[in-house]
Design a protein around this ligand. Structure first.
Ligand code: SF4
Length: 365
């Protein structure tokens, strides 16, 4: 099996008790796997009893009391914090029985893995503050490796996969162009996705790559003082910078997110505050989309597209996925600007959206 990952994947190490925003407080519903539940049934002593008390058992047929879910869950307190989290920020299971005793979800988070034919892609979710800091503070770099793991047969359409993968490479290359304003980079990626979706049979990414090469030739020509046709090629790709509010004004973005399932009361409060302050739109709120730290947002968006772009293999909805990632990025930017020192809001938004299928699908629509 071949493997691909951003370098942050192997560099990540959990901050445990010093984490500023622990995943155990995120309010996610964690379903422990069967193997872990079997282990938990055998854990000895009072420490083992506490682990068992931290599981809400699944309902097994007959009359269903409202307190019993369809699947077993890790129990949370009223503030939606996992009851197995100790006051010092460490996990009771890990402290007493080791990392391997964690259920699969807790053991793996924030890492994710996805298989495409003979390639497994790995990454880290930016809902984790440690992974987020690693990702946005350095250029996105990659590593590849191979091992003897068997390739599991699947129904991947090789042509569609290669086309989407090349399109994604191009999108990430565009986002890394620090010489372009952030808004312009985002707009180019949106247009690339929309054109690829509108003509799935065409080699759009190939045309775009050619245009990009021409643009680079134009830049070099301009630097060398050469005028004429080459300069026209530059203008054709770069064009005029778009309006700052070209995609959606922050109040409209916030409205979309307010209609989603809210996982954390603190996020609900902040979003409501933002909506009250910026309701009815205004030119001033468009200034919230300007930043002197464009690379933070470009890198976040690149990570998001790395994670979700290839999901368009399932339903062809590439533009919808790009819009979802762009909306999350722009709302994060606007909220970072509106509430300085209270962010990073991109990490908080990831936390609300990325681990809740209902929220992911609602934003896709
Ligand atoms: S959010 Fe990340 S760093 Fe914090 S406890 Fe969870 S995995 Fe560790």
């Amino acid at each position: 099996m071949k493997h691909l990952a951003p370098t942050t994947f192997r560099a990540f190490a959990c901050a445990a008790g010093s984490c500023p925003d622990s995943c155990c407080r995120a309010g996610w519903e964690i379903v422990p796997d069967e193997e872990t539940l079997n282990l938990y049934r055998t854990l000895p002593g009072k420490a083992g009893e506490r682990v068992r008390a931290g599981i809400i058992p699944a309902h097994r047929g007959g009359h269903q009391p409202p307190a019993e879910p369809e699947e077993p869950l890790l129990r949370q307190n009223d503030a939606r914090v996992c009851v197995l989290l100790d006051p010092d920020g460490l996990c009771h299971v890990q402290r007493n029985f080791g990392h391997e005793a964690l259920c699969r979800v807790c053991r793996e988070y924030p890492r994710f893995h996805r298989e495409f034919g003979n390639l497994t892609e790995h990454g880290v979710s930016l809902s984790c503050p440690t992974a987020y800091a690693l990702a946005v503070n350095a250029q996105l770099e990659w590593e590849t490796w191979e091992d003897q793991a068997p390739v599991v047969p699947n129904e991947l359409d090789p042509e569609a996969y290669l086309r989407l993968r090349r399109g994604r490479e191009l999108a990430l290359e565009l986002l890394a162009r620090e010489e372009l304003p952030l808004q312009r980079r985002i707009e180019l990626v949106r247009r690339l996705a929309a054109s690829m979706q509108a003509a799935p049979e065409k080699r759009i990414h190939h045309d775009w790559a050619l245009r990009l090469r021409r643009w680079e030739t134009g830049i070099r020509a301009r630097q060398a003082g050469i005028r004429g046709r080459r300069q026209a090629a530059v203008g054709a790709v770069i064009g005029r910078p778009p309006d700052t509010c070209y995609l959606s004004a922050p109040d409209r973005l916030a409205e979309r997110f307010a209609g989603l399932e809210i996982l954390s009361p603190a996020w609900e409060e902040k979003l409501a505050q933002f909506r009250t302050r910026y309701k009815n739109g205004s030119d001033a709120q468009c200034a919230l989309l300007q930043t002197d730290r464009p690379e933070v947002y470009a890198r976040y968006l690149a990570y998001s597209l790395y994670k979700y772009w290839l999901d368009a293999l399932d339903d062809g909805n590439l533009a919808g996925r790009v819009e979802r990632s762009v909306s999350m990025t722009l709302l994060g930017l606007a909220m970072d600007r509106a509430f300085p020192g209270e962010g990073p809001f991109l990490q908080r938004i990831s936390r609300e959206i990325e681990h809740c299928e209902e929220n992911l699908s609602a934003l896709l629509r």
